[in-house]
Design a protein around this ligand. Structure first.
Ligand SMILES: [Zn+2]
Length: 592
């Protein structure tokens, strides 16, 4: 994009002056939040790590390979149930106590036959397609194809198969760095990472695409073909309930399928020839399945609990998301099982939750929020009262939640639409609650253990909760640390073991040990006392406000305003021309 495309009705000088004033104001606001202080008191002693007890990379990666090899691990699928017992076996062998499988009812979703046939001028063309998650049964449409364009009247879409170009949002590491407490950027290339992510909902540009899909569905089309316009050449995004189009039930009987960008280009050419007739088949089935949250405990010197958490489900076979997360939790269990009880600073709970991708169903069962409303319907916590009381008692003693997710390699989308290995790790976001003793320890740990390309962020800076599986625990008033990478293939079928950033497995393991050791002398009360990021209205209130586009904390507001001060075109994204100025501002702030 060049300066010539800008709105020229305001002078460049006026814009620059306004931007400078905004940046100066926000720099002050950000500076006030930005300096994590070193931990005080007993926690200031250098944390000790027993090097001999840290699992090797080969062992952790071996668990990831074993889990991924079992196939699709969506909640309730056979591989998802298998991994629960795999985890229990490991926990038993490591000598964990109170090993528990806690029931979680889920609606399992299985894709079925899906595809598009287009006939023009007596010839037919077959295309691969993938159903979106609100397809729950075999659906079929035969109708003329029409390409959606802005201003197309609902009457022109009714009864047709509407083809729509969907634009995913770009996420840039640089915009995250703008609010970072610390970064570990050994090669100085963190700011270069910028790519679309495969999430079919949300705000900004992708929210606008989702809104258009909803308008198309309301027009009463025979079917909808969603072209993943700026994605790699794949239709395999699991359009999970948490990333759904905002009005999913309105489309439940309308066959809707995703197609790759190359298919979109061929459809454009066929539609342009006129009189294109389509047959769209989109099918899936669902079944009610009892899955489980799996947990085990290692008691320590203090009854206060640090829980170390990931989730059992994946979008497809899920290597980086999240066989890797589970394996990182296993690595913690293995390490701490070799440390004598009196030397473990806290009681450690190792927890793998179910159906995180379906709307954090497993997490909500633990938090005993009663009836939960998810895409799959209403899920009730069916546990006996005593079990709920046990969870509540345990949560009251939980001083810290550490979530381990998604160490991914960075891939880009090549000119031919294929995924290209960039040859480095995807930025690792590390959200932390804003208790100084904690955020300081987290920043120190990612640097000391060289967690590759990591960005330490206030837990509430991206809209109230960490954008990770830790969100619900954060909403429940528990201090959190949450590691998560968000690559281009985030919800995609391409997630295999080649996508895992294996060089980061041991650094993440060691950083987690270091953070836990750094908490010696701290209590839940001491962490909460110094922390100002715990949401007041609970998880739902904060996340609903976020979905309405309200940024729910002062830090989140400052972040958005600061980043948008580098947006001159009103796209709610940093203008490429402004990136050098933002990078300079970010580097200055981080150097202080
Ligand atoms: Zn995950």
């Amino acid at each position: 994009m060049t300066r010539a495309t800008r709105n020229t009705s305001i002078s460049a000088a006026a814009l620059a002056a306004t931007a400078a004033a905004i940046v100066a104001t926000l720099a002050l606001a950000l500076a006030a939040q930005a300096a994590p202080k070193p931990a005080a008191g007993p926690a200031a002693a250098a944390p000790r790590i027993d090097d001999a007890a840290v699992p090797f990379e080969e062992e952790i990666f071996g668990w990831i390979e074993e889990i991924t090899a079992k196939g699709i691990r969506r909640a309730g699928h056979p591989a998802n149930l298998w991994v629960e017992d795999y985890l229990v076996d490991h926990f038993r062998r490591l000598g964990l106590q109170e090993i528990t499988k806690q029931p979680v009812q889920v609606t399992a979703w299985h894709e079925g036959e899906t595809g598009l046939t287009v006939s023009v001028g007596g010839r037919s063309h077959d295309f691969n397609a993938y159903p979106v998650a609100y397809v729950r049964k075999p659906l079929r449409a035969e109708a003329p194809l029409v390409k959606y364009r802005e201003g197309l009247e609902p009457a022109a879409m009714a009864g047709k198969i509407v083809v729509f170009d969907y634009l995913l949002a770009d996420e840039s590491a640089l915009s995250l760095m703008a609010s970072a407490l610390a970064v570990n950027d050994p090669k100085g290339d963190l700011h270069q990472t910028k790519h679309a992510i495969g999430i079919l909902g949300g705000r900004g540009r992708v929210g606008r695409s989702a809104a258009v899909v909803n308008r198309i569905l309301e027009a009463g089309p025979a079917g909808v073909v969603v072209v993943m316009k700026n994605y790699h050449d794949s239709p395999y995004i699991f359009g999970s309930p948490v990333v759904r189009f905002t009005g999913p039930t309105s489309g439940s009987d309308i066959p809707t399928a995703l197609v790759a960008p190359s298919v979109g280009a061929r459809l454009d050419a066929l539609i342009a020839r006129g009189d294109a007739q389509g047959t769209l088949v989109a099918s899936a089935r669902t079944e009610e399945v009892t899955t489980h949250n799996v947990s085990g405990i290692l008691p320590g010197a203090s009854p206060e609990i640090i829980q170390i958490v990931s989730h059992t489900d994946g979008n497809f076979s899920g290597a980086f998301q999240d066989a890797a997360g589970m394996s990182l939790v296993l690595a913690q269990a293995k390490y701490w099982s070799q440390i004598p009880r009196e030397k473990r600073p806290f009681t450690l709970l190792f927890l793998l939750t179910s159906a995180h991708i379906q709307g954090s169903v497993g997490e909500q069962v633990i938090l005993a929020e009663g009836a939960m409303h998810t895409e799959s319907g209403t899920v009730t916590n069916r546990k006996a009262g005593a079990a709920v009381a046990r969870d509540k008692g345990r949560l009251a003693r939980t001083m810290l939640d550490i979530h381990l997710e998604s160490p991914a390699r960075e891939y880009a989308i090549g000119a031919d639409g294929r995924l290209v290995d960039v040859g480095r790790g995807e930025p690792m976001r590390v959200f932390t609650s804003m208790a100084p003793a904690l955020s300081g320890a987290v920043s120190a740990a990612v640097k000391a253990e060289d967690v590759d390309r990591s960005i330490v962020l206030p837990a509430d800076v991206l809209g109230g909760h960490p954008r990770s599986a830790a969100g619900h625990f954060h909403g429940a008033g528990i201090p959190v640390v949450s590691f998560i990478g968000v690559p281009v293939y985030y919800f995609d079928g391409a997630d295999g073991t080649d996508k895992v950033h294996r060089e980061n497995l041991v650094p993440m393991t060691r950083a987690t040990i270091r953070i836990i050791e750094s908490m010696r002398g701290q209590t839940k009360a001491s962490l909460l006392e110094g922390s100002d990021d715990i949401p007041r209205g609970g998880y739902e209130a904060t996340s609903d406000a976020f979905k309405r586009g309200e940024n729910t904390s002062a830090r989140a507001q400052a972040h958005v305003q600061f980043v948008l001060s580098f947006d001159r075109n009103g796209n709610r994204e940093i203008d490429p021309d402004e990136e050098p100025a933002l990078l300079e501002a970010v580097r200055k702030r981080l150097a202080r």
